[in-house]
Design a protein around this ligand. Structure first.
Ligand SMILES: C[S@@+](CC[C@H](N)C(=O)[O-])C[C@H]1O[C@@H](n2cnc3c(N)ncnc32)[C@H](O)[C@@H]1O
Length: 132
């Protein structure tokens, strides 16, 4: 089977520099940072407006890729679960999905809130959030 080829479209700048300082997920985070989208992909930002929530996919570059069972949110009292039954950062393809509020847009830079992701993490995609 042909291996997929990922394009890194940008990088996150933020103040979360250690895993221990990172919120466990976006739903409990108010941390702010900037998505820098590389110029080659900037045209793809057209239509995003301040105030909306976007879905951002990150490549968790510091994650382990060879672990298949984890304690959800590190809580041993909940027992071990398969990574595909959790939102653990540890997984064969360490892709994170975060819903982030857009605070401001300046060219290829989006200021966002709700981060649970380390400074310097590669961005692999941005999508509109479905309104249900
Ligand atoms: C539980 S994951 C959730 C990610 C995403 N919001 C999701 O639901 O798919 C968030 C955790 O990933 C870890 N993390 C953040 N950035 C990372 C990176 N670049 N490499 C490895 N782990 C990272 C931090 O421990 C953070 O608490």
């Amino acid at each position: 089977m042909e291996q997929p080829q990922l394009q890194i479209i940008g990088v996150l700048h933020g103040d979360i520099t250690t895993l221990t300082d990172a919120p466990k997920n976006f739903d409990i985070s108010e941390r702010v940072g900037t998505l820098e989208i590389f110029p080659a992909y900037q045209a793809g930002l057209e239509g995003i407006v301040a105030g909306q929530t976007i879905v951002v996919l990150f490549w968790l570059h510091q994650s382990s890729r060879d672990i298949l069972k984890v304690y959800p949110r590190g809580d041993r009292s909940r027992g071990l679960r398969g990574v595909f039954a959790t939102r653990s950062p540890v997984r064969p393809n360490p892709i994170a999905i975060s819903e982030l509020k857009v605070l401001a847009i300046d060219g290829n830079r989006l200021e966002v809130a709700g981060l649970d992701i380390l400074d310097g993490t590669p961005i692999i995609d941005i999508k509109k959030k479905l309104s249900l």
